[in-house]
Write a protein that binds this ligand. Structure first.
Ligand SMILES: Nc1ncnc2c1ncn2[C@@H]1O[C@H](COP(=O)(O)OP(=O)(O)OP(=O)(O)O)[C@@H](O)[C@H]1O
Ligand SMILES: [Mg+2]
Length: 331
């Protein structure tokens, strides 16, 4: 068992992703700001949950952190390596340290391969282990994620959704990563199965000191698994801090709205303060001029519509809201 240390596994600074959207009728491509300056760090053994509505940039952030996409700008440090400026060969090594688990495990498991082969593939590509050693490690991993020895020879379609997600988790761990980026890993599962997979993730984290970047739109799930929470809206971080503080007393009006709209969470502490979201989510092609949330915020002032609020530390967490002190005092 590796002891949980307070080693920083990943640090992101001001990460941005801008996509050029070509429009057939226009000469110049439009710039879509998918992630607009996001910063965080995660320690070994800890989980940072990213929450926010569809389209707020969660998966884009996941792709940047797992080195699938380079950011348009910003810094990403993984372990002691700067992942943005790393050479191609250093990036190959870094990709072993960061592994991904997706929402739909069936789509990411090759239907023609047996589970044993699926688990051994990363070892075959990235290590010089012998065939016997690879088999032994795959079998040990099956046991670790709660599958049985006879599952080694079976194909993905022979498993339930929850078992497939266990296989995807097993595969992600074969190269002993320090960071697992999980993008809605339990969203496709029945609620009863979700808890089992979340408990497995928590056990593996404890045993191996894994850091998780855990993406979910389900605040019930986040409350179960997160240490820290980062709330995103239209590519921006609006609130970021410990789960306890954010769930007990959300300060950003958007966080208040999210918590208030989740059954079973409303009624906890200050989350009872209902904020109902007005209007539609703006397009990231044409974000509001001031605070990105100002078009839907019940507390927005002229300042909110004119200028973008920086994140400030209020009541032990970061909040990007001009009105946060006033809202905190009346919360
Ligand atoms: N490759 C791409 N090219 C152009 N635009 C993209 C690309 N990927 C994402 N986007 C846009 O970037 C924004 C953020 O998308 P992203 O998939 O990161 O959101 P999300 O928070 O993961 O949403 P969901 O909860 O639906 O998974 C969206 O407006 C999306 O349409
Ligand atoms: Mg997504």
């Amino acid at each position: 068992m590796s002891p949980i240390s307070n080693t920083t596994v990943v640090t992101a600074r001001d990460l941005r992703q801008v996509y050029a959207i070509s429009n057939g009728f226009m000469r110049k491509a439009d710039a879509l700001q998918a992630v607009s300056g996001v910063s965080f760090s995660i320690q070994a053994g800890k989980t940072l949950a990213i929450v926010g509505e569809s389209g707020c940039g969660k998966s884009t952030l996941a792709r940047m952190v797992s080195l699938i996409e380079s950011p348009t700008s910003g810094d990403l440090q993984i372990g002691s390596v700067n992942a943005v400026t790393a050479s191609q060969s250093d990036k190959r090594v870094l990709r072993q340290k960061v592994q991904l688990v997706f929402q739909n495990p069936y789509g990411s498991l090759n239907p023609r391969k047996r589970i044993g082969q699926i688990l051994e593939a990363p070892l075959e590509i990235n290590t010089s282990l012998s065939r016997d050693e690879r088999i032994a490690q795959a079998r040990a991993m099956l046991a670790l994620v709660g599958l049985r020895p006879e599952h080694y020879d079976r194909y993905p379609h022979m498993f339930s959704g929850g078992q497939r997600q266990r296989i995807a988790i097993a595969r992600a761990l074969m190269l002993n990563p320090s960071l697992v980026v999980a993008d809605e890993p339990v969203s496709a599962l029945d609620v009863s199965i979700q808890a089992q997979v979340l408990n497995l993730l928590a056990d593996l984290q404890k045993d191996r000191g894994l850091a998780y970047l855990f993406i979910s739109h389900d605040l019930g799930v986040v409350r179960h698994i997160a240490h820290d929470v980062m709330v995103m809206y239209l590519g921006h971080t609006v609130e970021h801090g410990s789960k306890e503080r954010i769930f007990a007393r959300p300060l950003h009006p958007y966080t208040q709205a999210l918590l208030g709209s989740t059954p079973g969470l409303a009624g906890h502490g200050q989350a009872t303060k209902r904020v109902v979201l007005m209007g539609e989510l703006p397009s990231p092609l044409n974000p509001p001029a001031g605070c990105v949330f100002s078009t839907r915020c019940p507390h927005a002032t002229a300042q909110c519509r004119a200028a973008r609020p920086e994140q400030r530390m209020i009541d032990g967490r970061l909040v990007a809201c001009f009105e946060a002190e006033r809202l905190a005092s009346i919360a």
